[in-house]
Design a protein around this ligand. Sequence first.
Ligand code: GDP
Ligand code: MG
Length: 324
Amino acid sequence: MCEKGGERVTGPDVAELVARARAGEPLAVGRLLSLVEAGGARGRQVASALADDGGRAHVVGLTGPPGVGKSTTTSALVAALRARGSRVGVLAVDPSSPFSGGALLGDRVRMAEHAEDPGVFIRSMATRGQLGGLAGATPQALRVLDAAGCDVVLIETVGVGQSEVDVVALADTTVVLLAPGMGDGVQAAKAGVLEVADVFVVNKADRDGATQAVRELRHMIGLGERGEWRVPVLRTVASRGEGVAELVAALDAHRQWSDGSGERDRRRVARAEAEIEAVAVARLRARIRDVHGGLSDLAERVVAGELDPYAAADELQPGLVEPG
Ligand SMILES: Nc1nc2c(ncn2[C@@H]2O[C@H](COP(=O)(O)OP(=O)(O)O)[C@@H](O)[C@H]2O)c(=O)[nH]1
Ligand SMILES: [Mg+2]
């Protein structure tokens, strides 16, 4: 149990856990990940202890529609990266719902081959309802994995929708996966992933329509306004490991480019901004709940015509007015 404010906490000492995690001890890494996931006073202690960790590991986000092959690709990437001696972290992030088992069970089976490997840290994170949500917890988990000496951290999103874009914001390199007949380029453009992709992968290239999908994507990339990084469109058959070496090479190339161009630093600052904002907003939410006991009293006064909603918000945040 931990007390609010962090005076009295029991369980293993955070500093000791951090030291053990830095030595690569999987149990300590797991404990620290649990602490940052739970947040609260001890999560904060972990954050403080790891403040100067982060930024070493190459953070790779994998996103795309369900069933496209993200988990299969992640697992194949782990194998390829382990083969060259890299330490690898894997975060499976479900921004939308607490894990019910289904999809993740399949992922666990796929990841089972890496489960005994001391050079691989695998973690599922459900982030709904916790302090700062996805943006608040995932960067801390990244710092834990960085402290544990991971060279590469793969973040796979399990959910769909806007939250995937948030995951993208966490990554140094974003891989967008598509598959023939699963929506292809047009869907990609609709979902806004064209702008966020650093690398496109057309997986399930063993299926009809892969060539068409690649061509369409290349065309669309050509139409868009691109920076100096040329977004590659790769074909993979992740279930057979085909094209995975090329994907690893593309990830390396993007990392090298973003290091040299300053893009990586720029993204890290953006990431920290999102993190600070998430914590601040979460505090405000907690304040509304804890200090004001929720909004129902104010809401009743608004309904009764005693207050307008702006004046009600003033009571929550004295001195804070909307910009403009
Ligand atoms: N035919 C084919 N099937 C694949 C390929 N990659 C993955 N799959 C299969 O597609 C299904 C969904 O893959 P999964 O990795 O769970 O997708 P996710 O939901 O994006 O994580 C599984 O049955 C995989 O075995 C591929 O390259 N070709
Ligand atoms: Mg998956």
